[in-house]
Design a protein around this ligand. Structure first.
Ligand SMILES: Nc1ncnc2c1ncn2[C@@H]1O[C@H](COP(=O)(O)OP(=O)(O)OP(=O)(O)O)[C@@H](O)[C@H]1O
Ligand SMILES: [Mg+2]
Length: 249
């Protein structure tokens, strides 16, 4: 089966503001995701992380600013067109088709993208095998343990090799050990499949452990960006998480 040819060198937001009425969920956000690496996006509750993902995947049009894929302005494309262009995502709440088994959950995505049923099932099996969960293929999605459900959600997003994968809190509710396992998988996704990953997590340690570049959002603005050492040393980041009053504590 012909795999989608990789074409896009970056998925980027430039000066993006998203306003809901008079409230700005994002203000002048600029960030860039490149293939082959995990990029982290962290920030307190309500900082605008999910809004950023929605904006990079066509679920939310920017009020001002641009979203580009390989240099092309895609800020007004709907989600299904961005998906075809190589931008995949998972959602904060799983959203598997609970009436289908795991294999079909993946295969319907392939069919939806215009591939044959047989080719879609073959790709689904290949992906499940690559992730080490081929034993789940015939299990109903409805009864899956939490950690398997997340893996299947990622496998489904990986159908037909996106260039970019945006993960909104994939480790929510997991134990530290489960989250570490998932982090290792996310790193493999970026490095072995040459995908640009944007990882959103409240588990900051996990994000810092696997990301080569981290963006920190607070109240809709990027207050810091850089590598692990820079983020760990940042006073601004500490204040955003602990509150500016924490110095007094
Ligand atoms: N459709 C919408 N209409 C109005 N306000 C919205 C809408 N979507 C998000 N918001 C607001 O924008 C802000 C950012 O929300 P967002 O969900 O992006 O934050 P988040 O960083 O993902 O938070 P969390 O960590 O809780 O998932 C919040 O104040 C939220 O209430
Ligand atoms: Mg969110």
């Amino acid at each position: 089966m012909a795999r989608r040819k990789k074409t896009s060198s970056s998925l980027a937001a430039s000066g993006v503001t998203v306003a809901f009425g008079g409230f700005k969920a994002l203000t002048d956000v600029t960030l860039k995701i490149t293939p082959g690496a995990v990029h982290g996006l962290i920030g307190p509750n309500g900082a605008g992380k999910t809004t950023m993902v929605n904006t990079l995947t066509g679920f939310q049009a920017p009020t001002t600013g641009t979203v580009t894929l390989g240099g092309r302005n895609v800020g007004t494309l709907p989600p299904h067109q961005l998906r075809r262009a190589g931008v995949a995502r998972t959602f904060q709440a799983g959203r598997l088709f609970t009436g289908l088994d795991v294999l079909d959950n993946l295969a319907v995505t392939g069919v939806g993208l215009g591939h044959s049923r047989a080719a879609s099932e073959a790709e689904a099996l290949r992906l499940l095998d690559w992730m080490g969960v081929s034993h789940l293929a015939e299990q109903p999605a409805a009864g899956l343990p939490y950690t398997d459900e997340r893996r299947v959600g990622i496998a489904r997003a990986l159908m037909f090799t996106p260039d970019f994968l945006l993960l909104d809190e994939p480790a929510a509710g997991m134990s530290e050990a489960e989250a570490a396992d998932l982090a290792a998988l996310i790193k493999r996704v970026a490095e072995e499949l040459n995908i640009g990953v944007l990882l959103i997590e409240h588990n900051v340690g996990l994000v810092l452990a696997v990301s080569h570049h981290v963006y920190v959002l607070d109240a809709g603005q990027v207050i810091e960006e850089g590598d692990r050492a820079l983020i760990l040393a940042s006073r601004k980041v500490r204040d955003a998480y602990l509150g500016a009053d924490s110095e007094a504590a």
